[in-house]
Design a protein around this ligand. Sequence first.
Ligand code: HEC
Length: 119
Amino acid sequence: MRRISIVSATVRAIVPAIALFTFAIGPLDAIAQGDPERGKVIAYTCTGCHGIPFYKNVYPTYTVPKLGGQNQEYLITALESYRSGERQHATMQAQASTLSDQDILDVTAYFVSIGENES
Ligand code: HEC
């Protein structure tokens, strides 16, 4: 019995590690949730500030974080916390308040899909 519990504890430790590793090396693969094509349409308003390919720093007075190629979970968490008011930033709270859960999935899938050299 003891042996079995050690095995299952090991499996419990390894499976999330593999999942994390896969996520870290494969941001463009099927782990990304949401529809990047739909997200691209939503991202039209975002890229005015967050930059579009070959077109950056629309508002030089802001430090606008780069979204392209970011970890999708991170982007989702950021948008959800702006939307809930947990993360304070008037502009981004206003932006996030217009997004549904599906919009957040799709728009973040889009930013993940374009890679880190853009936006
Ligand atoms: C008017 C300019 C503007 C627009 C439009 C805008 N953003 Fe932002 N965004 C910012 C600024 C400035 C910040 C940094 C805010 C802060 O310091 O918390 C930011 C932060 C973020 C962050 C957090 C990034 C990080 O590294 O923590 C995400 C995610 C984000 N924006 C997504 C979006 C999405 C998605 C849209 C479109 C629906 C959008 N933004 C539209 C200006 C904008």
